[in-house]
Design a protein around this ligand. Sequence first.
Ligand code: FMN
Length: 190
Amino acid sequence: MPKKRLIIAMTGATGAIYGVRMLQVLQLQPEWESHLVISKAGLVNLKYEMDMDRATLYQLADVTHGIDDIAASIASGSFKTEGVVVAPCSMKTLAAIAHGFGDNLISRAADVALKERRRVVIMPRETPLNLAHIRNMASVTEMGGIIFPPMPAFYNKANTIAAMVDDGVGRVLDFFGVDTTGLYTPWNGL
Ligand SMILES: Cc1cc2nc3c(=O)[nH]c(=O)nc-3n(C[C@H](O)[C@H](O)[C@H](O)COP(=O)(O)O)c2cc1C
């Protein structure tokens, strides 16, 4: 049974923990093959926010790709994947994806997934939003992508940052059919 492939793209928005946590979840699931690509700014934030370097991050992924490797497998639609998660997604990368501007492997991989009508989930992180940000989110939505801002829910009474992050990670990975048991508790009514 071939593994299902999911591309995890990390950029320089705050929230590196989202990408890291997704890779950790996928690592425990033998039927999934994670493909990681992280931008240069993403590496800066990874170091600053999590005190983690590239080599340590790379150990969490099954396959890693350089941000400038536009000849990578995931740069082509003929390489089958279940789609792309951009977590976290900067406003710069959001703009590139919204405009089909594939100048690096993240925007190219998302562009490819959109043209192949595969699932693209963007976790955009900025606040407040200007009109360009909002329009770019609308464009991605019009192309079939899913805008999933990392906005924690408070009704599940998470009392740690890790639990809040797992809630978002679980909800996003659900879109791809990843087993998210234990990551969050679905609302079942009062
Ligand atoms: C600590 C830190 C936090 C940042 N947070 C954000 C953010 O939340 N959203 C955003 O759009 N950009 C943020 N930026 C700026 C981006 O990193 C910058 O625009 C970068 O060019 C994005 O490039 P990339 O999309 O290729 O990673 C942050 C930068 C730093 C250093």
